[in-house]
Design a protein around this ligand. Structure first.
Ligand code: NAP
Length: 328
């Protein structure tokens, strides 16, 4: 008997969602081979289904995310909407036994139940795309370093502020740098989550939850972002051969210390290598020592890579251990 089709529903068809739909279509044969069963994207949910869309042949496009979450024909929900309500849809899908994949750091980092699922490595919930796009930092903490004691982690996790700080280093004013970030598609019209540090704090909350296996929410992270005053700090640092970056860090000693703030970094600090939309993450662990990840932390295609990987992980989790037996 042919294996049943794995049905995927996508919420969001913007920068990330559209890139994911294209990547899935371009890699369809590879993905189906790897999961060992046919796969179809059957529904796409958006805010406004009447707006013109890039061709989504034989896919139902609608505006009912709740309905998608409840639809028993959908095996995996991939969420790339940025909607604040998304946590409810993701939980609902998982409650009925479907798998959920999300790129939505703010929805995850404000939902204690999803954070609890992350802390205990729930096999049906995957969120690599929510932190640093395709840098495999979520999977590293979740799986590769799972037996380890994590001592500290720090990173430059927000591409918009890094791009702006790079522009300011080159002489731009604050608003000029922000407008350049918007022109390049790095900052949204409302860039407040980037500028206040909330975006970086949400990513730190997810990483700290994974590292120390207990929910850390966005509100647990003392956060200071960047404003026009940062120009003076950048200029002073530059004169001394140093750089300013918005750093997110967590350390475990007597308790858990968390913070997001602009920091002056020595030129040989790994985090000072972050330029443009490059993210850098550094983890200190008892056995592995210091590990660093470096690469583009934003953009539709980069983030689609992480969503594809999570889709495969979700499909394998749904299949259970059946497919994983080694033939004698
Ligand atoms: N952009 C990046 O580089 C990047 C990187 C990593 C993670 N992320 C995360 O990925 C998510 C999506 O980001 P994006 O840049 O792709 O955003 P975007 O371009 O604004 O796209 C959002 C999409 O979601 C749909 N949507 C929004 N609210 C909805 C709702 N309540 N119900 C149904 N559909 C809704 C929108 O529908 P309409 O098309 O009808 O407006 C649109 O298609 C966010 O959580 C973001 O933080 C983004």
């Amino acid at each position: 008997m042919a294996p049943p089709v794995l049905r995927v529903g996508l919420i969001g068809n913007g920068t990330v969602g559209a890139a994911f739909a294209s990547a899935l279509s371009a890699n369809h044969e590879r993905v189906t081979q790897r999961i060992g069963r046919p796969l179809r994207l059957t529904q796409v949910v958006v805010r406004d289904p009447d707006r013109h869309r890039r061709a989504l042949p034989s896919i139902r496009v609608h505006d009912d995310p709740e309905g998608l979450a409840n639809d028993p024909s959908i095996d995996v929900i991939v969420e790339a909407s940025g909607a604040p309500d998304a946590a409810r849809w993701l939980r609902r899908a998982m409650e009925r036994g479907a798998a959920a994949v999300s790129a939505n750091k703010l929805a995850i980092a404000t939902d204690p139940l999803l954070l609890a699922a992350i802390a205990r490595r729930h096999p049906l919930f995957h969120c690599e795309a929510a932190v640093a796009a395709a840098l495999p930092i979520v999977r590293a903490l979740r799986d590769s370093l799972d037996g380890e004691e994590i001592l500290a982690l720090r990173g430059v996790l927000n591409g918009t502020t890094t791009f702006m700080l790079t522009e300011i280093e080159a002489g731009a004013g604050f608003d000029q740098a922000l407008n350049a970030a918007r022109r390049h598609g790095y900052a949204e019209a409302d860039a407040s989550a980037d500028l206040t540090g909330r975006d970086a704090a949400a990513k730190l909350a997810i990483l700290a939850t994974l590292a120390w296996r207990a929910p850390v929410t966005l509100s647990d992270v003392p956060t200071r972002g960047i404003d026009p005053d940062v120009i003076h700090l950048v200029q002073t640092a530059r004169a001394l051969g140093q750089r300013v970056r918005l750093v997110a860090e967590a350390t475990r000693s007597t308790g858990l210390q968390l913070r997001v703030e602009p920091q002056v970094l020595a030129s040989n600090d790994a985090l000072a290598r972050a330029e443009g939309v490059v993210n850098v993450v550094e983890v200190q662990s008892a056995l592995a020592g210091s590990l660093t990840w470096y690469g583009a932390g934003a953009g539709g295609t980069r983030t689609a890579s992480a969503l594809l990987g999570d889709l495969l992980a979700a499909a394998r989790a749904l299949a259970g251990s059946r497919a994983d037996r080694i033939a004698a």
